[in-house]
Design a protein around this ligand. Structure first.
Ligand code: ADP
Ligand code: MG
Ligand code: MG
Length: 875
């Protein structure tokens, strides 16, 4: 069995397809060698070794030592150097890398191979003792920190002491002798910690390898995987990459950088990145020194800059995606150290997918697949309006690292942030000097993140973008005092729990809580890619809307009609509830008709507005559905008022109300049962619907009303209610002398209706699955009470997901499928839709596509997600 894969100057044993085996980093290094790009040679110990290591009590397969030795010999041959050689020492980095990119999750060790002897060889060879001792002390620090778990701060202290004695502030001000002194003190740090620094390079290598494999199971790696939905067992483990060192810290003609082939914030096609002259890789990522924009490299070495541009272009073409690249320049020669698909904001994700399709690098279908429901959700997230911003108190401005608008109370550490969100239900802004992998859970809990240091590729920026969180970094005006739990900013002091608002699009920080608004429509690349989704999808997408305002928002989001208008919501408005209550408590038909006649014009107005907003698309209106007692007055005072208005005694009304009380209202006197008992209600609603439609027809508008009867269980029942509707409607249309086609259909939301759908379809002109009630009744889970126990079902793995969120394909789904098939067996052109909450949930939308429904209907803000999911279901 092969455990080690070599990548050299001209040949590589691995390639990009071997991510599972070599990890992303190893696979892409090999691929870049194949593409002929300058990569320092090295080899990858596969992820299978990691698995073996954990399966066998932290032992390696027997063959491994031999394979590593052989690979090292190849390296020595290719570089002309010797591992442990005192003349021309070969130095390497030891880097982790799993199949998914886990930025900063596991630890890299640079300059491995240095010891008291080899450092002299390096000095002879380079003629630059300052650089050599700097490299050595960096290695001592990383090795001590990562492998031997010596307190990082001990090294910091030792370094500071030398700086203090020398009277300088910056590392760069230390000369060779100083650095040699630092090395000495670092070695003392080891001793003081009771650890021994291994002088033998091979021992260094194996200890580092153990540490990398060990880090696979460290707390932050486990947490990262959990947060990203990676289950233990999904991946074999991490690989270990051993890579010849190249040096960015050998002088001003050297340097190191991180660059994206497109702007990860905006998606714009322009080089975006940071370059730090005379530095080693970690300096940029850790945010210790503030790097320059890439133009700096152009100034220093235009030839290398152009070479990079050319490589970036080729890499994008090859990987067909935006790349995030680490590179180092050593004495004017360029080396690539890593490439991967770059993390980006949701906005940039969509823009890049659209642009790549337009550039012909990917197909429209692929572009559609690259957009996720989460992207859309964040793109439709709130922003601060101009007006809000004008009156807001601006505190500072930092680097805009991840767009969006967020308000929350301040937390200065991740644990507090998590606790405030989880236990106190607060919205939190996490404020830190900088973030590190330990902060991830706190970042995930927060609404937004603000750091006082770091650049655009710092940990906070990269992670926040990946999470789609609003983030500002490098806000230097903010001074964080973590221990005192307060921050100073431009003369103000803010404490934990104070409100703060941040605008990740501009980088501005504001005092207090700012109101944000949601976007009202789609524009730019999102509109474009959803347009492509529309070309691809076969499922229609409608909306659930009860008001003209919601209807027009949904139109803006691309809804092709209304799948559900709930008429009852209209009755809760203050001027109407009174008439409604009057209607309900009427004891005679006369009284009830009188009350209904008050409601009629109001309803007609509503429907008029909704039809109009829907611009000629079909509008499905459901007749009154909830149990009547929901509308009844509960306060004594209200009862008294109502009694007076109706000329009833208080006691008489009170008794009526009590009579209407139900033990199990969800299965009680509701839905079409109301129409069966009080046909005049259905008649009034029909008159309101048809009346509004006739008005609009007369105004020259196309109107398609679909009247929907809720909670049907039986053909005879449907016949009875439908007759009431048809009689009223036809009479009105005849009298008005207009051309108006309307439909009468039913909801399928009681299992019996699904079971008898073939009969019901004899009268129903369309079906709409009300999957909220259908789930409730199929499971026998009360929608209002299941929260008490569903958590246990999920935890214990009895149910895979919450059936009210994700349609239960096995049970409820079977009823949907059967109901559709049965219905169409009677009426082949039967239109079938779904109007429960599931209509905007991607997996449920996919199911609706698979069983051949005509459309899904969901709340306005879910419409774009449904359009996307419907297209993805086809691809
Ligand atoms: P991460 O996965 O955290 O990015 P890396 O293994 O990529 O860790 O390395 C951390 C830093 O060290 C990066 O900036 C990288 O470019 C640099 N680096 C890694 N290996 C080498 C090497 N052989 N020569 C020079 N720099 C290196
Ligand atoms: Mg890296
Ligand atoms: Mg229902």
């Amino acid at each position: 069995k092969k455990y080690v894969y070599y990548f050299g100057k001209t040949k590589a044993e691995g390639d990009a397809k071997m991510k599972n085996l070599l990890g992303g980093k190893g696979a892409n290094l090999a691929e870049m060698v194949r593409l002929g790009f300058p990569v320092p040679p090295g080899f990858t110990i596969s992820t299978e070794v990691c698995k073996y290591y954990y399966d066998h009590g932290e032992k390696y397969p027997e063959e491994l030592v031999g394979e590593v030795k052989a690979a090292m010999e190849m390296l020595e041959k290719e570089t002309g150097k010797g591992f442990g050689s005192a003349e021309r020492p070969l130095l390497v980095s030891v880097r982790s890398g799993a199949a998914i990119s886990m930025p900063g999750m596991m630890d890299t060790i640079l300059n491995l191979g240095l010891n008291n002897e080899t450092v002299k060889g390096l000095i002879n060879e380079s003629g630059n003792p300052r650089f050599c001792y700097d490299a050595y002390r960096r290695f001592l620090q990383m090795f001590g920190d990562v492998v031997l778990k010596i307190e990082h701060s001990e090294f910091e202290k030792a370094l500071s002491s030398v700086k203090k004695e020398k009277g300088v502030k910056l590392d760069t001000e230390l000369d060779a002798t100083d650095m040699e002194e630092v090395v000495k003190r670092y070695l003392e740090v080891y001793k003081k910690a009771g650890k021994e620094f291994p002088q033998d390079p091979w021992e260094q290598l194996w200890m580092a390898t153990n540490a990398v494999f060990g880090s696979w199971m460290n707390e932050r790696a486990i947490k990262y995987r959990a947060l990203n939905g990676v289950k233990e067992g999904d991946l074999l483990g991490t690989a270990v990459n051993v890579c010849t060192m190249v040096f960015g810290n050998t002088g001003d003609d050297s340097g190191t950088g991180v660059a994206f082939t497109r702007d990860p914030n905006t998606g714009e096609k322009k080089l975006y990145g940071e370059y730090l002259p005379n530095a080693q890789g970690e300096d940029v990522v850790a945010g210790i020194r503030t790097p320059y924009p890439m133009t700096k490299l152009h100034e220093i070495n235009p030839a290398v800059y152009d070479q990079l541009l050319d490589i970036f272009e080729k890499l994008e073409k090859h990987y067909r995606d935006m790349q995030d690249i680490e590179f180092t320049v050593e004495h004017g020669t360029l080396y690539l150290l890593q490439t991967r698909n770059g993390k980006r904001t949701p906005y940039a994700s969509v823009k890049i997918a659209v642009d790549l399709a337009k550039e012909g690098l990917i197909t429209k279908e692929e572009a559609v697949m690259r957009v996720t429901p989460d992207h859309i959700e964040t793109l439709l997230h709130p922003y601060f309006t101009k007006e809000t911003l004008e009156s807001a108190e601006k505190l500072a401005k930092g680097i805009a690292a991840s767009p969006g608008a967020a308000s929350g109370v301040i937390a200065f550490d991740p644990e507090t942030a998590e606790r405030m969100v989880r236990d106190e239900g607060k919205m939190v802004i996490l404020v830190r000097p900088e973030t590190s992998p330990e902060d991830i859970a706190g970042m995930a809990a927060a609404q937004g993140i603000l750091t006082s240091t770091g650049g655009k590729t710092s940990h906070a920026a990269v992670v926040a973008r990946g999470m789609g969180k609003t983030c500002i970094v490098g806000c230097e005006a903010v001074e964080v005092d973590e221990h005192a739990k307060e921050m100073k900013v431009n003369g103000k002091i803010l404490k934990e729990g104070d409100w703060l608002s941040i605008d990740g699009t501009t980088g501005e920080v504001f005092m207090g809580k700012l109101d944000s608004v949601k976007p009202q429509g789609l524009e730019g690349p999102l509109a474009e890619v959803l347009g492509w989704a529309d070309e691809i999808r076969r499922l229609g997408v409608r909306t659930n809307a009860d008001t003209p305002k919601d209807a027009s928002i949904a139109r803006g989001f691309g809804a092709e009609g209304i799948g559900l208008t709930r008429t009852e919501h209209m009755f809760f408005q203050e001027d109407r509830i009174f008439a409604m209550r009057q209607m309900i408590t009427s004891s005679t038909l006369e009284q009830r008709k009188k009350a209904l006649s008050k409601l009629l014009p109001m309803q007609e107005d509503d429907f008029y507005g909704i039809f109009k907003a829907m611009e000629g698309y079909p509008v499905t209106i459901r007749l009154l559905d909830p149990p009547l007692h929901e509308f009844l007055p509960k306060e004594d005072e209200d009862i008294r008022d109502l009694a007076k208005e109706m000329g009833m005694g208080y006691d008489e009304l009170k008794a009526t109300i009590e009579e209407l009380h139900e033990f199990n209202p969800m299965m009680g006197f509701r839905g079409c049962r109301l129409a069966v008992v009080y046909p005049e209600i259905a008649e009034m609603q029909t008159r309101a619907i048809i009346g509004a439609a006739i008005k609009l027809v007369k105004e020259g508008m196309n109107v398609i009303p679909e009247i929907m009867i809720p909670l049907i269980i039986e053909l005879e029942e449907l016949k009875y209610v439908k007759a009431i509707i048809v009689k009223a409607a036809d009479e009105m249309i005849r009298e008005a002398g207009v051309d108006l086609v309307y439909k009468v259909g039913t909801m399928i939301e009681v299992p019996r209706a699904a079971l008898t759908a073939d009969e019901i379809a004899r009268e129903a002109e369309f079906f709409s699955f009300g999957t909220n009630d259908l789930t409730q009744m199929t499971f026998g889970f009360s929608r209002d009470d299941y929260g008490k126990f569903v958590g246990h079902y999920l935890e214990k793995g009895i149910l895979p997901t919450d059936p009210f969120q994700k349609l239960d394909r096995v049970g409820v789904g079977q009823l949907v499928k059967m109901g559709t098939e049965k219905g169409r067996s009677t009426r082949p052109d039967l239109k079938v839709g779904i109007c429960g909450e599931h209509g905007g949930e991607p997996s449920s939308v996919e199911f609706c596509h698979l069983v051949g429904l005509n459309y899904v209907s969901c709340s306005p803000y879910r419409v774009p997600i449904a359009r996307l999911a419907a297209a993805q279901a086809v691809i």
